[in-house]
Write a protein of this length. Structure first.
Length: 365
C-alpha cells in the first residue's frame, strides 16, 4: 500500500483529517480516500494554492464555482480563473499569507465567478523548517449575513429618522401652538387674534404632514419591489391632484420599471412640488428617454425652476418651504431598487427632474 506524505501546518477549518495536521502526516491510500470525501463534502469553496498562485487541489464546491472539473482546475493560476485578472488583486489574502506566514481574510463582493458576497480566508502551509509553501484558501458565503446586516442598518436608519420627526419636529410645532395659544389669552384685538390663530393652523397642518410622512416612511420597503407600468402610475398620481389649468403630456411608450410599491408617491411629490413652488405653471411633460446603460424618466414643467445652489439640497430631509419631506421620501423610495433622481432644470425656465433606471430595472413592450 503506497503512502502519501503531506507537510502542512495547522489548517483552521472544521474537516477532521486535514484540519488537525500540525507536522509530518502520513496517509495511507484508504486515509486519502476518506480525506478526499471529507474535503468534497464541505459546501464552502476550498483550494490549496502554491507559491506561484497555482491551484494544487480544489474541492467540488470550488470546481463548481469555476465551472471546471477538479482535475482541470489543477495547475491553473488562481487570480486568472477566479478574478479574470493578470495579477493578484490588491486585497488578495493568499499573497499576504505568502509574505508574512500569517492567516489573512478579505471580503469579496460583486465577483462574477463566485457570485454573492464571500469571506475569503487563507491559512499558510509551512514545511518542517517553517517555510511557507502555499496556503489553504477558503471562501465562505456570507451573502445572507451581509443582507441581514444591511437590513438592520436600514431599519436603524428609519427608526432614527422617525424618532427625529416625532421627538424634534413635532415638539417644535407644539411649542408654536402653545406660544400662540398663550398670546391669544392676552390679546383683545380681533385682527391680532386672527393672526395668531392662522399661525396655529399652519402648525397643525405641519404636524399632520409630518405624521403622514412617518406613516409613508414606515411602509417604505416593506413589500417586495414590483414591476410598474409607468403610464398607469402617473395617471393614478394625476387623478389625486387638482392641477387647475395645467396641461399634462406624457410619452412613456409602455415603459415598465422595477420599483418599490410606493412608486406612485414619487410622482405625487413631483406634482406637489410643481403646484406649490413652480409659480405660474401651464404645462408638465413626462417622457422616457433611452440611455446607453438604462432609461431616464424625465419630468419637466415650465415654472420658475430651482436655483442652482439648491439642486442637491432639495432632496435633504427638512429642506424646503413646506415640510421638506416630499423629495427626500421620493429619493428613498427610488433608492430601494437602485434608481436615482436628480434635478437638471434651468432657473427661470422650469424644473427638470430625471429619474434614472438601470437597464436591468426597465423593460419595453
Amino acid at each position: 500500500m503506497s503512502n502519501l506524505i503531506l507537510r502542512p501546518k495547522t489548517i483552521h477549518h472544521p474537516f477532521t483529517l486535514y484540519g488537525r495536521m500540525k507536522s509530518l502526516l502520513v496517509l495511507t491510500q484508504q486515509d486519502l480516500v476518506e480525506w478526499e470525501l471529507t474535503f468534497d463534502s464541505i459546501p464552502d469553496p476550498i483550494a490549496i494554492i502554491d507559491r506561484d498562485h497555482r491551484l494544487v487541489r480544489v474541492n467540488k464546491a470550488m470546481a463548481a464555482k469555476l465551472g471546471l472539473s477538479k482535475d482541470d482546475c489543477v495547475g491553473r493560476i488562481c487570480y486568472e480563473c477566479i478574478h479574470g485578472t493578470n495579477s493578484p488583486p490588491a486585497f488578495c489574502p493568499h499573497a499576504k499569507s505568502l509574505c508574512d506566514g500569517e492567516v489573512h481574510s478579505s471580503q469579496v463582493t460583486e465577483e462574477k465567478t463566485l457570485g454573492g458576497c464571500f469571506e475569503v480566508t487563507t491559512t499558510p502551509i509551512k514545511d518542517q523548517q517553517g517555510n511557507v509553501s502555499g496556503s489553504v484558501h477558503i471562501a465562505r458565503d456570507v451573502t445572507l449575513a451581509r443582507q441581514a446586516a444591511n437590513q438592520l442598518a436600514e431599519l436603524n436608519k428609519k427608526l432614527n429618522l422617525l424618532s427625529s420627526v416625532t421627538r424634534h419636529d413635532i415638539l417644535n410645532q407644539l411649542m408654536v401652538l402653545s406660544g400662540n395659544l398663550g398670546l391669544l389669552k392676552t390679546l383683545e384685538s380681533r385682527d391680532e387674534r386672527l393672526t395668531h390663530i392662522s399661525k396655529m393652523e399652519r402648525a397643525i397642518s405641519t404636524i399632520r404632514h409630518e405624521i403622514e410622512f412617518t406613516k409613508d416612511y414606515e411602509r417604505l420597503g416593506r413589500a417586495e419591489p414590483i414591476w410598474h407600468d409607468v403610464e398607469s402610475v402617473v395617471r393614478a398620481a394625476l387623478s389625486k391632484k387638482d392641477l387647475a389649468d395645467i396641461e399634462v403630456r406624457t410619452e412613456l411608450r409602455g415603459l415598465e420599471i422595477l420599483a418599490d410599491a410606493m412608486l406612485e408617491k414619487v410622482f405625487h411629490n413631483l406634482l406637489d412640488n410643481t403646484t406649490r413652488h413652480g409659480g405660474k405653471v401651464s404645462q408638465i411633460w413626462i417622457n422616457a428617454e433611452k440611455k446607453p446603460d438604462g432609461v431616464a424618466i424625465v419630468y419637466e414643467d415650465d415654472g420658475v425652476g430651482i436655483p442652482s445652489d439648491e439642486k442637491e439640497k432639495i432632496f435633504l430631509k427638512g429642506f424646503g418651504k413646506n415640510t421638506g419631506y416630499g423629495l427626500f421620501l421620493s429619493q428613498e423610495i427610488l433608492n430601494i431598487t437602485d434608481l436615482r433622481i436628480s434635478e437638471k432644470g434651468v432657473q427661470g425656465k422650469g424644473a427638470r427632474f430625471e429619474l434614472f433606471v438601470p437597464e436591468n430595472r426597465a423593460r419595453w413592450p
